[in-house]
Write a protein of this length. Structure first.
Ligand code: CTP
Ligand code: CA
Length: 225
């Protein structure tokens, strides 16, 4: 192949990537969130653009610059992200969900700043919607790629999520491993495919991990033609 063909392996493919954390409001000045930096998702956006894809990024709050050429939708909460993703889903060839979506949100959002009082405070939380599981239930032509952030029994939980969310592939990382996880510029992941293939990757930059993931996506897309 010519070099320019190599670079356009995803030409014309519509890819939606979610990235970053979500924020779940407690009151006008406080929220619940997590340590996601958004780097893995933004790296995928960057690589997918290089490979010729038409990329939409749905992102929670991060400090990162959006790669040029991507369409961007900025969201705050899990509910916002759900709505942003669902409305664009029918049109997509591929959805890659790197976002660290909050599993719980405060049951009541106070409209005024909460004042401190003597004694303990108990916050009541309710479950957010599992966006990826919802997409899995509605899946038609789309390839659905999930991420799994684990600290123990990585393979077991990753494969469980692959099945229960009806994914084509899940990318698992041990967020406690050295050189992996939140905030770092490198990652160590294993890809588990619906077919049963298991592809472990060594310690790589997030850009390189993104490239390897997208090469698998390209193979999966070829398989669906
Ligand atoms: N995810 C999602 N919506 C949620 C929670 C998670 O779309 N409300 C997605 C994430 O974007 C990720 C995948 O589900 O692609 C796995 O997220 P993870 O937190 O590892 O798994 P959970 O299913 O939330 O289970 P748990 O946190 O209990 O391990
Ligand atoms: Ca979770």
């Amino acid at each position: 192949k010519e070099f320019w063909q190599e670079k356009q392996l995803l030409a014309g493919k519509k890819i939606l990537v979610t990235a970053g954390p979500t924020r779940e409001r407690i009151d006008p000045v406080r929220y619940l969130s997590n340590f996601s930096s958004g780097k893995m998702g933004y790296a995928i956006v960057q690589e997918a653009i290089k490979m010729g894809a038409d990329v939409t990024l749905v992102t929670g709050p991060t400090d990162l610059q959006v790669p040029s050429g991507a369409k961007v939708v900025r969201v705050e909460s899990a509910q916002d992200m759900l709505e942003a993703v669902l409305s664009r889903y029918p049109d997509m060839d591929v959805v890659i969900k790197t976002a660290a979506v909050a599993d719980y949100r405060p049951k009541t959002v106070h409209s005024e700043k909460m004042k401190k009082r003597a004694g303990e405070l108990v916050l009541e939380l309710e479950r957010t919607t599992d966006i990826l599981k919802t997409l899995g239930e509605k899946k038609e032509q789309q390839l659905l790629i999930g991420f799994a952030a684990e600290t123990v029994d990585v393979a077991y939980y990753a494969q469980q999520k692959l099945e229960t969310k009806n994914l084509d592939m899940i990318v698992a990382n041990d967020v406690k491993a050295e050189g992996a996880g939140f905030g770092t510029d490198t990652n160590i992941v294993t890809m588990y495919k619906q077919s049963g293939d298991v592809i472990p990757l060594p310690l790589l930059s997030k850009a390189e991990v993104a490239h390897r993931i997208l090469e698998e996506v390209q193979l999966l897309l070829e398989g669906t033609l």
